[in-house]
Write a new protein. Structure first.
Length: 316
């Protein structure tokens, strides 16, 4: 059994025609018939019922079809993986990103990346930080950009950018720019879900002043910073949100920062990948792009990559 025979078999099954199947794989009808006959002889089973106008899969053919599709897909994926390591002329890079990097950091860098490496197709999957780490754990993405560093020995984390989580409200509804910890209890709050880096940083900071966010006046829990931003703008309440995500609203005055006495919430965005994994050239190119965008004197490598001279970072 050969891959070519599988390719011919799938083409005939999909088109229900030896001639049309041959056109799909650029073979004459007689050659297609020879491939199918050889495959049937090897399997010891008839795969197609022939008529004057169409061919149909037999029961054995239907059984074999699902396996042929899976084998063909796996072979294509294997070929693509090898191409990725041979160069950047034709490659696919899967990157996971939490909501802030996906909405405000990576899109700003995409044009420069595609201009420099037009053969790389970037596929971005978005979720909260924990969901993105799970994608990395399941090998569904090769790189991740997240708003928190997790205690996962299997992953390497490199700090990219510092951020502040601030409490904001609509300027027309906000009185004082500074409130006490006690006054925070009186505000209707919109919060992020547990898996988000924003929620993780907020919970940690509030616990330092003996506050449990679950005991505050929570009016809504939403799954993205954009949803939180729009809810605050609509007057639904106040929220802890990334300063990066609301920079335009702070600048035009539609939202106002409210300081909480004794509370400052800082967090970082990290690039993450599997430690010890040989990264593809596309992934290395993406890492270099991020490092050029965020200079080394502003980053802090938690664990350095295990390959490539250009990827070595001072861990002191």
């Amino acid at each position: 059994m050969t891959l070519k025979q599988l390719e011919v078999f799938i083409a005939v099954a999909d088109t229900r025609s030896f001639s049309k199947g041959g056109e799909l794989v650029s073979l004459a009808q007689s050659t297609v018939s020879q491939h199918i006959r050889a495959l049937e002889d090897e399997l010891g089973a008839r795969l197609f019922d022939r008529s004057l106008t169409q061919v149909h899969l037999t029961e054995a053919g239907q059984l074999f079809y699902s396996h042929a599709i899976r084998i063909s897909r796996q072979c294509s994926e294997a070929e693509e993986e090898i191409r990725r390591f041979q160069g950047l002329e034709q490659a696919r890079l899967r990157v996971g990103a939490s909501t802030i990097p996906a909405a405000y950091l990576i899109p700003d860098l995409l044009a420069g990346f595609t201009d420099r490496w037009p053969g790389v197709r970037l596929e971005l999957q978005q979720g909260d930080s924990q969901e993105v780490i799970n994608l990395l754990k399941d090998n569904l993405v090769e790189l991740a950009v997240v708003g928190g560093k997790y205690n996962e020995d299997a992953f390497c984390f490199q700090e990219l950018l510092n951020d502040r989580i601030i409490l904001v409200g609509r300027s027309v509804e906000t009185g004082s720019r500074t409130i006490s910890v006690e006054e925070l209890h009186n505000l209707p709050l919109i919060i992020r879900e547990l898996g988000s880096g924003t929620r993780q940083a907020t919970d940690t900071a509030l616990k330092k002043v003996a506050l449990d966010i679950r005991n505050l006046n929570i009016v809504a829990q939403l799954g993205s910073s954009e949803a939180v931003r729009r809810s605050v703008l609509s007057g639904s309440g106040y929220a802890f949100i990334s300063k990066i995500a609301i920079a335009p609203e702070l600048a035009d005055g539609s939202l106002m920062e409210i300081e909480i006495e004794g509370v400052e919430i800082k967090r970082s965005f990290y690039m993450a990948w599997r430690c010890g994994r040989t990264l593809s050239p596309a992934a290395e190119a993406f890492i270099q792009m991020l490092r050029s965008r965020f200079p080394e004197d502003q980053t802090n490598c938690i664990k350095a990559p295990l390959q490539g001279k250009d990827l070595q970072v001072d861990t002191k």
